[in-house]
Design a protein around this ligand. Structure first.
Ligand SMILES: [Zn+2]
Length: 304
């Protein structure tokens, strides 16, 4: 019971009930997927935030003090049941509502843009996106708004159901930052910040999908999407550049290689080279005012 991190921790606790330690041998990066068997107690997940979708996910992300951030993946990690009750999110403070909600929205956007063929997941993601987009401000500004809380809970659930299809550069860029020890950077806050920048970068590789998302959200065209998300972040009171979060370019550049190796990188709509990832980090560090995203496509110049 809790947000994404407590639910992921519960999955790993379940794993260790009948699997021998150490836990890290079951991580994706350690080739652990096939070592995870069905021999696990039943897990019932009860989310108290509307964001991670972990209650319907087969993955767990855990930061080990000795190993850094590790991902675990298995169909057996999927909770046996999920109880999604928006009443449990009524007391979530505004900034956490905004940040976790933007995580859910970024799941819907990124998995919809993933090039893997899964029209069922696409439909779920588009519907979740619409619910989240139209209710995140209401839920943030009035936590007691039950209808907005319900819609955000659905957005999170639908994002979690759909993202089996894979995510993209927003998550590739945010995972290494979230793993920085001593910084405690929030996953959803980072995703919110990267979303407009990545959408602008990916635009040419998923132009039709950008149009479809814009239509679903009632926007004029796909090119308006990055700017609209940048404005939404501002309206939600979320940071709009990484420098506001106490980071320096020197912190960021070494993370580009980790982002390239991230498990979400292969399902980004366009290939991500090391130089692209460095450039995206620096762009996120400098920030862009809303209104400057109109010229879609890759930004000019390279950073090595
Ligand atoms: Zn996420």
């Amino acid at each position: 019971m809790g947000g994404g991190s407590p639910m992921d921790l519960a999955k790993c606790v379940c794993l260790l009930v009948h699997h021998d330690p150490p836990l890290e041998q079951y991580a994706i990066l350690r080739g652990g997927i096939s070592r995870i068997t069905s021999n696990m107690p039943r897990l019932i997940a009860v989310p108290t935030t509307a964001g991670s979708g972990s209650e319907v996910g087969r993955a767990a992300l855990l930061t080990l003090s000795s190993q850094g951030k590790l991902g675990f993946l298995s169909p057996y990690l999927l909770p046996r049941a999920a109880i999604c009750d928006p009443e449990l999110t009524l007391s979530l403070p505004p900034l956490l509502t905004a940040a976790t909600g933007m995580d859910a929205i970024s799941h819907c956007v990124e998995t919809y843009c993933s090039p893997r063929f899964n029209p069922v997941a696409d439909s779920i993601a588009l519907d979740g996106l619409k619910r989240g987009f139209h209710h995140i401000l209401r839920a943030t500004h009035d936590g007691a708004d039950r209808q907005a809380r319900t819609e955000m809970m659905l957005c999170s659930l639908q994002g979690g159901l759909a993202f089996q299809k894979g995510l993209g550069a927003v998550h590739s860029l945010s995972h290494p930052l979230g793993a920085l020890t001593g910084k405690r950077l929030h996953h959803g806050t980072l995703n919110a910040l990267f979303l407009p920048i990545v959408l602008r970068f990916n635009f040419d590789s998923c132009a039709e999908k950008m149009e479809a998302m814009a239509r679903r959200l009632g926007l004029k065209n796909g090119a308006a999407l990055p700017d609209r998300f940048a404005r939404l972040n501002q309206e939600l009171g979320l940071p709009t550049k990484l420098q506001e979060m106490g980071l320096t370019p020197e912190d960021l550049i070494p993370l580009a290689e980790k982002a390239r190796q991230d498990h979400c990188t292969p399902t980004n709509p366009c290939p991500l080279e090391l130089a692209d990832l460095k450039r995206l980090y620096l762009e996120a560090w400098q920030g862009r005012p809303p209104g400057s995203y109109r010229n879609h496509g890759k930004p000019a110049g390279t950073v090595d």
